[in-house]
Structure formats: structure tokens, C-alpha cells
Design a protein around this ligand. Structure first.
Ligand code: GGG
Length: 351
């Protein structure tokens, strides 16, 4: 039976506009093989809009996309607009309003993509589960005595029992489908209220999931271990800030942040989930047609999984592995000379 999905496309800024067309081309091709059609609605919400109209998206923007089946986003951020303005004007309202409290970031060493870490063999994989709607990403705080010698800034973090419990349960349940190991990242020797609270809730989650082994690591020691021996990890769970930093680091360990995908998931499915490459808008290469589209394409594969088409998603990932493992075609971030278009064509030919 044919299935149609309505997808909100938000290319955003810089290379975001260059990597979404390859992702939709891949979706259309794999969709045709599986009886899935996609109807795309484009939203030009970006920093340029902010510069002209004073807002990254219209006041009713969230209402415009709340009934889509999913959101595919490119990248957010551009010189001339402070990063916190673009992030809080677009990405964060979407994550929060649609209760996308899980940021799922799989890491995989692909064949033919050398890792800077000697022990990271092709096939090595683990996943970072980032809490996505609270924690250190908070508007609570303020700037005081601006312009005076005693100027200061105060920033509060917010960790709630329901918010931390649900992300930990998600991580433990995910681990139960994998290698049964959760590593939790905190810094409870230095941050004395929120982080010990998180650690206590990890211990409680461990009691609810007795078959899953768990470890607690201070974030500083953990990043060193991820670089030195990534093979020891399976599911790493962390707060909004720690999960963000860890997953960029882990993507670099896997060879390039250009490949890494992310799903901002609303597990209850009351609202659409959003899929986006981990990389940003990359102003240094934007407009040159050389961006690696794999982060966006892999994110689209995660979207297929989420929409109930795991076979189609797996075909996309298999085609990625095929191109990287069996052809020399690469974009510049992976040491090649292929343009975004050439790379995408090679991939499409293998789906
Ligand atoms: N495609 C991801 C992107 O553009 N990210 C911009 C960014 O700064 N993200 C920070 C975050 O995910 O919290």
C-alpha cells in the first residue's frame, strides 16, 4: 500500500541549503522502491530572514509545521547574527515546543573513512543520547552591571526529575536493544547540585533496568576515554551541553563531523520529530558546492526509521557504506575532490 508523508524542510543557513536537496533526492529514490511518497513543504527560516524581518521564523511558525509527519533541517547560524540569537530563534523553540527531548546521535566508523584514533576500526559504533530540552540550555539568568568593572553574568541550569528520568529511561531501554551498557556523563565533583542529582537518578534508572550495566564518568575523564578507546562504549547519555560536546567529539573520532546525523525525537509522537546533520552552516565552504551531504542523508535515513520504514532506512545506510567502502568518491572533508553533486549522484546510482 502506498504511503505518503508530509515533510517540513528547513534548509536554514550556509551549507544547510546545499545538503538538503541530496537528502530529498535519496528519500525520493528509496521511497519509490518502497511505495513511499514524500510531499515537501519548504520553509525559508534562516539568518537572512532574521536580518530582513527581525525573526528567524514567523510568529506562527510552529503552528505551520506542527502537523507535518517530520521535519528535516539543514543548519542554523551565520556570521552577523549572534549564534545564540539564531539557535534560540529557530532550533530551540522547535525542540522545546514539540517536546523533542531525545537528541539521538549515532556514531559509526565507516569503511574507507580513516579515523584519527588508531583503535577505531570500521564497523565500530556507539550512540550518544543527549537530553535536549532542559539542563544547561536555559534562559534563566541575567547580565548585571553592564559596562562597569564589576560586570557579571549569571546562568542557571534546570534539571527536573521527570526530565532527567525520561531521558535516562530512553537510554537504558535503547541499551537493552544493543549491548546492555550505559555510560552516564556528569561532573558531580565540581557541579554540586544538578550533577549529583543526575547521578542519583541514574542509580534509580539502574534499579528499573536491572539487566543493563551502567557506569558513571566525569565528563573530563570520559572525553579522554572516548578519544583513546572508543570501542568500550555503547550508549552514552548526557545532559544537553555534555551530550552536544561529546557527540561532536565522537563524530570527529569516527572520521568527520560531515557524516554525523541527529534525530531530535518526540518519542510520544504527539508532535513531529526533527532530523538534522550534526554539522553547522560552515560559512568557510558555503556556496562552493563541496559540502559533504552524508550527515543530512544519514539523518534522512533516521527519519525513515522513525516514520516506520526501517528497511528503507537500512538501504540508505547500506548505500552510504557501499560508496565509502567501494569507491574513491569523497568530498573534501574526507580527503576527496568530489563535489556535493558528484558524490550524491554516485550514491543515488547505488540505491
Ligand atoms: N545542523 C545542526 C546545526 O546547525 N546546529 C547548530 C548549532 O549550533 N547547534 C547547537 C545545538 O544543537 O545545540
Amino acid at each position: 500500500m502506498a504511503t505518503e508523508h508530509r515533510i517540513a524542510l528547513i534548509p536554514g543557513d550556509g551549507i544547510g541549503t546545499e545538503v538538503l536537496p541530496p537528502a530529498t533526492a535519496v528519500l525520493d529514490k528509496v521511497g519509490a522502491r518502497h511505495g513511499i511518497t514524500f510531499r515537501y513543504d519548504d520553509f525559508d527560516w534562516c539568518c537572512e530572514r532574521y536580518l530582513h524581518e527581525g525573526a528567524m521564523m514567523p510568529a506562527n511558525g510552529l503552528d505551520q509545521i506542527r502537523h507535518h509527519d517530520a521535519i528535516l533541517l539543514g543548519a542554523v547560524g551565520w556570521p552577523g547574527v549572534p549564534d545564540h540569537v539564531s539557535l534560540w530563534g529557530l532550533l530551540i523553540p522547535i525542540r522545546r515546543q514539540f517536546d523533542q527531548y531525545v537528541n539521538l546521535r549515532p556514531i559509526k566508523v565507516m569503511p574507507g573513512v580513516p579515523s584519527p584514533v588508531r583503535s577505531a576500526e570500521p564497523g565500530l559504533e556507539f550512540v550518544v543520547v543527549r537530553e535536549n530540552v532542559e539542563g544547561e540550555y536555559s534562559e534563566v539568568g541575567g547580565r548585571f552591571h553592564r559596562g562597569f568593572a564589576d560586570e557579571m553574568a549569571v546562568q542557571e541550569s534546570i534539571f527536573t526529575r521527570p526530565g532527567v528520568t525520561r531521558i535516562l529511561d530512553y537510554a537504558f531501554e535503547l541499551a537493552a536493544t544493543r549491548r546492555n551498557v550505559v555510560t552516564s556523563a556528569t561532573k558531580s565533583n565540581g557541579i554540586v547540585h544538578t550533577m549529583p542529582f543526575w547521578d542519583e537518578l541514574v542509580a534509580e534508572a539502574g534499579l528499573r533496568h536491572p539487566d543493563v550495566r551502567w557506569h558513571q564518568e566525569h565528563i573530563d575523564a570520559l572525553v579522554a576515554k572516548v578519544v583513546l578507546d572508543p570501542s568500550r562504549f555503547d550508549v552514552i547519555v548526557g545532559s544537553n551541553l555534555f551530550g552536544d560536546i561529546l557527540s561532536d567529539l565522537a563524530a570527529a573520532v569516527a572520521g568527520s563531523i560531515g557524516i554525523a546525523p541527529a534525530g531530535n525525537l518526540n518519542p510520544s509522537r504527539e508532535f513531529p520529530s526533527m532530523f538534522e546533520p550534526v554539522h553547522g552552516s560552515a560559512p568557510d565552504i558555503a556556496g562552493k558546492g563541496v559540502a559533504n551531504p552524508l550527515g543530512a542523508i544519514w539523518s534522512a535515513a533516521m527519519m525513515l526509521d522513525h516514520l516506520g520504514h526501517p528497511d528503507a532506512g537500512a538501504e540508505v545506510v547500506a548505500a552510504m557504506v557501499d560508496v565509502l567502502g567501494n569507491t574513491p568518491v569523497r568530498t573534501a572533508d574526507l580527503g576527496g575532490t568530489a563535489s556535493t553533486e558528484e558524490f550524491t549522484k554516485t550514491l543515488l546510482d547505488r540505491i
